[in-house]
Structure formats: structure tokens, C-alpha cells
Design a protein around this ligand. Structure first.
Ligand code: NAD
Ligand code: UDP
Length: 335
């Protein structure tokens, strides 16, 4: 029997989940990684398979979850996260943050485990308050193309609070703002991999709308540090984690063109419906409670991420998770 504390990480083969697996292994935990691989990739965690304190369950968290023996922590990160992904698989997206969250909360209750759930800046929708602090209730269109993600995450927060209040489960809620780094899928549709992929292929970079909408990008190692601190803290209400340095999408495209240096330019495409116009985390709470703030500058983080994308095999340049039927759904949603 292992004496290490056991942690279940859902969404472990995804971008954030795989970095969390690395971190928890480094901290000396026994990691049970769970994923159904709908948007993830086993290559993100294959380096861990040889370790004695790591195991992988190929499982869909919307189905009953059985973990034998003790379990001390759960990190629930399973869910598509790219707008293109969740537009293509809206029902799976709704299910993973509702039924899936119900299952992991039930598991946490049964095992007396502490659980952290991955929420998102999308709970603020297209925000009318700027920067966004945790007291803002948001501006979400439930029936728009992003509703499947935003409302599922809002439900996730609500059921997490209910398990805390009714069953005394030790819960943590992290509201994650746009995060980037190695192991994002080159064709997952999120702005950073899209722009780097386009620049690497010598194509023009497609800014949506007039590119004046803003985002604030956090490097993955910074985010993981914030999540780890929140998990170990005693704070059960939502906490924003992200990098407050804000930039317009047009400026961001220009930075990537400079970084990759392939002589391409920015072109403009229609803005998708309900695309938030501005986004910047207010991280006062994380600073106070977790003594945390991001340390890695965008220039530094982009360089590391670009090196990663450059090192990928040709296959990743063209690989797409979803097919033509999903493309039709996208067209209907105005993409
Ligand atoms: P990702 O798509 O890379 O990873 C998600 C993982 O969850 C994938 O490996 C996928 O296969 C798995 N998954 C999905 N449905 C599942 C199911 N039913 N059962 C088991 N596994 C399932 O996305 P990511 O960027 O790593 O995001 C991880 C989490 O963080 C998500 O909950 C997302 O909402 C949240 N988040 C991420 C960001 C960001 O900027 N990356 C921002 C806000 C919130
Ligand atoms: N975006 C863009 N071109 C692209 C992909 C995205 O201009 O090829 C924009 C998108 O409209 C949004 C921002 O970049 O305003 C961030 O998009 P992303 O899909 O990364 O995530 P979001 O923050 O919208 O959830």
C-alpha cells in the first residue's frame, strides 16, 4: 500500500490536466489520471506511465466513477475548453460539467476527499464590469453558441457550493482566465495555437472582428502554481486565476508575427456571436488569500510555447479532432 496522498485528476490528458499531473507527481502525490480523450491526447502524459505512483483510467466522468481504496484529493478539469471544441460537441460539454461534476462531488463526499473544480472566466460572459472580480455575476446568453459551456460551468459552481453547504464537502472553485503553454492542441481553435499554426504555415493570421476585443493571457506554470495554492488553502468561494496583463487580439497577432518572423500579415474575419469584447481578471483575492500572482511575462511564455509548437511532428499541423458534421454545426453558429 502506498503511503502517498492520492489525487484523482480528471481531464488529465488535456492541456491543463497534464501539467497538473506533472506538478502533483513532483509534489509527491500518487496520481490517478482520468480521461476519455475526447479533446485530450495521451502523448501529454505518456512520460508518466512508467512511474510507480501514476496510473491512468480511460473513463468518461459522466458515467459512475469507481476508485478503489483511499482518495484524498480530486482535481476536476475534464471539459472541452476551446470555443471551437465546445461548439462542435455541445452536449458532451454540458454533460461533463453537470453530470460529471455531480459524479466527482459524490466521489469526494464518499471518500472524504477535498475537491477543486475548474471554472472559467466564461461565467462572466461578455462582461459589463471590467476588470472582472469574483463578486460580478456575469452577462451570459444561455441560448447562444457559448451557452453550453458557460451555463454548464455556472451549474458546476452551483452544485459545488451545494455539496459544500449540504454535505460539508471541502470544495474549491478556481475561475481560470485564458491560459496558454506547451501541450495545447495546434488545431484546437483557440487564438494562440491558431495564430502560431498559421504563422508557421506561412498563412495570414485571422483576427476576428476588428481585433479590438481583449484577452489577458496567463502562462501555464503560473496558473498551476495558483491552482495548487488554492487546493491547499481553506477558501471555498470562487477565486480568479489569470494574468491581468491585457492585450487586444490585433496586437497579439502582431506579436506572434514578430515572434515567428514568416512575413505574414493580419487579416480580419467576422466576429463570432457572443464573443466577449474584453476580459481581464481582477486577482486581488488571489493575491491576498493565496499570496499568488503570475511571474512569467508574455514574451517569455510565448517563446517557450512557440519552441514547443515548432518541435511538433508535421502530423499535428493538419490533425483535427472533429470532422465535417461538426463543421456544419459551426457554420450554423456563424463561424
Ligand atoms: P483540454 O481540452 O486540453 O482538456 C480537457 C480534457 O478533458 C481533455 O483531455 C478531454 O479529453 C477531457 N474530457 C472531456 N470530457 C471528458 C469526460 N466526459 N470524461 C473524461 N475526460 C473528459 O482543455 P484545457 O484547456 O486543459 O481545460 C481544462 C479545464 O480547465 C476545463 O475544465 C476548462 O473548462 C478549464 N479552463 C481552461 C482554460 C484555459 O485557458 N485553458 C480557461 C478556463 C477554464
Ligand atoms: N480569435 C481570433 N482569431 C482566431 C481565433 C480566435 O481573432 O483565429 C479571437 C476570438 O474571437 C476571441 C479571442 O481571439 O476574441 C480569444 O479566443 P479563444 O478562442 O482563444 O478563447 P475565448 O477567450 O474566446 O474563450
Amino acid at each position: 500500500m502506498s503511503t502517498k496522498k492520492k489525487v484523482l485528476i480528471t481531464g488529465a490528458a488535456g492541456f491543463l490536466g497534464s501539467h497538473l499531473c506533472d506538478r502533483m507527481i513532483k509534489e509527491g502525490y500518487y496520481v490517478i489520471a482520468m480521461d476519455n480523450l475526447i479533446t485530450g491526447d495521451l502523448r501529454n502524459i505518456e512520460h508518466l506511465f512508467k512511474l510507480p505512483n501514476f496510473e491512468f483510467y480511460h473513463h468518461d466522468v459522466t458515467k459512475y466513477i469507481h476508485i478503489p481504496g483511499e482518495l484524498h484529493y480530486i482535481m476536476h478539469f475534464a471539459s472541452p475548453a476551446s470555443p471551437i471544441d465546445y461548439l462542435k460537441i455541445p452536449i458532451q460539454t454540458l454533460k461533463v460539467s453537470s453530470l460529471g461534476t455531480h459524479n466527482v462531488l459524490g466521489l469526494a463526499r464518499a471518500k472524504k476527499a477535498r475537491i477543486i473544480v475548474a471554472s472559467t472566466s466564461e461565467v462572466y460572459g461578455d462582461p459589463l464590469v471590467h476588470p472582472q472580480n469574483e463578486d460580478y455575476w456575469g452577462n451570459v446568453n444561455p441560448v447562444g453558441p457559448r451557452g453550453c459551456y458557460d451555463e454548464a460551468k455556472r451549474f458546476q459552481e452551483a452544485i459545488t457550493m451545494a455539496y459544500h453547504n449540504v454535505h460539508d464537502v471541502e470544495t474549491r472553485i478556481v475561475r481560470i482566465f485564458n491560459t496558454y503553454g506547451p501541450r495545447m492542441r495546434l488545431n484546437d481553435g483557440r487564438v494562440l495555437p491558431t495564430f502560431i499554426g498559421q504563422a508557421l504555415r506561412g498563412e495570414d493570421l485571422t483576427a476576428f472582428g476588428d481585433g479590438s476585443q481583449t484577452r489577458s493571457f496567463c502562462y501555464v506554470d503560473d496558473l498551476v502554481e495558483g491552482i495548487y495554492r488554492l487546493l491547499l488553502s481553506d477558501h471555498h468561494l470562487p477565486v480568479n486565476c489569470g494574468n491581468p496583463t491585457e492585450i487586444t487580439i490585433k496586437q497579439f497577432a502582431e506579436e506572434i508575427i514578430k515572434l515567428v518572423g514568416t512575413g505574414t500579415k493580419v487579416i480580419f474575419k467576422p466576429l463570432p456571436m457572443d464573443d466577449p469584447k474584453q476580459r481581464q481578471p481582477d486577482i486581488t483575492k488571489a493575491r491576498e488569500i493565496l499570496k499568488w500572482e503570475p511571474k512569467i511575462s508574455r514574451a517569455e511564455g510565448l517563446k517557450i510555447t512557440y519552441e514547443y509548437f515548432k518541435s511538433l511532428p508535421e502530423y499535428d499541423m493538419t490533425f483535427r479532432k472533429f470532422g465535417t458534421q461538426e463543421d456544419e454545426i459551426m457554420k450554423k453558429a456563424g463561424y
